[in-house]
Design a protein around this ligand. Sequence first.
Ligand SMILES: [Zn+2]
Ligand SMILES: [Zn+2]
Length: 420
Amino acid sequence: MEKTACPILNTHKRLIEIHRLWHQCLDNYFDPEGFRTNLNATIQALRNLTFALQNEKNAIPEFDDWYSQWQQKMGDDEILSWLNKSRVKIVHQKDLETKSIARVEIKSYLDIANLEIELPPFIPSEIIGSECVSLLSKKYPNNKIKECYAVIERRWTEAKLPNWELLDALAYGFKFLSNIVVEAHEKANCQSVTCTLGDSLHTLTEEEIVTGDYSCMNTQQEIRSSTITLSDFATVSFDYKEVKFKEDIAKKAVKRYKINNQFNRYEMGLLEYSEKVNDIAKKVLLKDKYHRQIFMLHSPSRKWEIIDAEVENQTSKFMLMSELAKLVKKNEVDAIIHISEAWLTQDIDAVANGTAVSETDDRREALCVSIIGKNNIGKSYTTFFKRGLLGKIILSETEISDNLGELNYLNPIRRIWTGN
Ligand SMILES: [Zn+2]
Ligand SMILES: [Zn+2]
């Protein structure tokens, strides 16, 4: 691509400076002094860009008419006005009224609580977690609280702009001024993508340069956020992977598990297919002595997708379900088959008092296959089994039920379908 000399060198340099300063704000997010210093510098740099542009007005034809329209827009804009007032405050050596808060969402398969706590950004998540536990203990039994997880988002805000996170506000200001700079280049017969002055901080796509919408500024929320369990305050994550259907693997499976493959899963009704899945799952359990947790997601356009998701505990299961609910929404999934091994009990009192199902006296192991779908499709296949000599699996008769009301962990998915 042919490069063109920058017509507004000083202005363009200021824009590159703001991008760099914005990153420094992010890098110092958990250090209050470092954050304040870089915040002030970024706000001043944003303003300096408009001064530089006015000094380079000769490079831009019909500057006054063109720029007065932008000035109008800036005056009408909430964030730009806030940036302007903040800069006046900073040059008069006054500090902005910044506040560091932690926004906490506590979840299990339900949204339990949303909290906002003001505290320094360097306070570790464990302390926030224990604060949450003591708050919840007034309302919930301990064993329920321990299954929950907390999504903690750190935020810097300012008194005059309380609903905006400050990195977002600065990114907004950056994008706004970047649009002016891009337009100024065009007016001066230069495209900003071919301008000799480039940003060397990191690679930028052409689209990012033209729109001012930088992906680094859009993904920073993840850096400010963490998810911890309320049982031990450890950071939790979980893994799931989509299993791609491969002809050779399928052939091996048919042989290994002695599956009758004379059926076409794409043509069967959902319930008919779930019955088939239950039959296959029983064969897998008999042969392998265990069955991994599998979710099968059906959507009219994508047909069946298989998700292999082993989870460590109840908490990661809740997180997984909330992730799956997002997939259900995105891919317009209309039915899900869930296959897992589980401990089941009739002793509801013991469970309510915090005993794990696998520790109850009457516990029984079962292979569970459930299908739920839009329009109240729902069926579960429960096959109790015992482990005999050398782990040999002895299956009972499968019990079929239409009542899935008790499967609470499916609630995040149900909510997508019912729209609440
Ligand atoms: Zn330039
Ligand atoms: Zn960047």
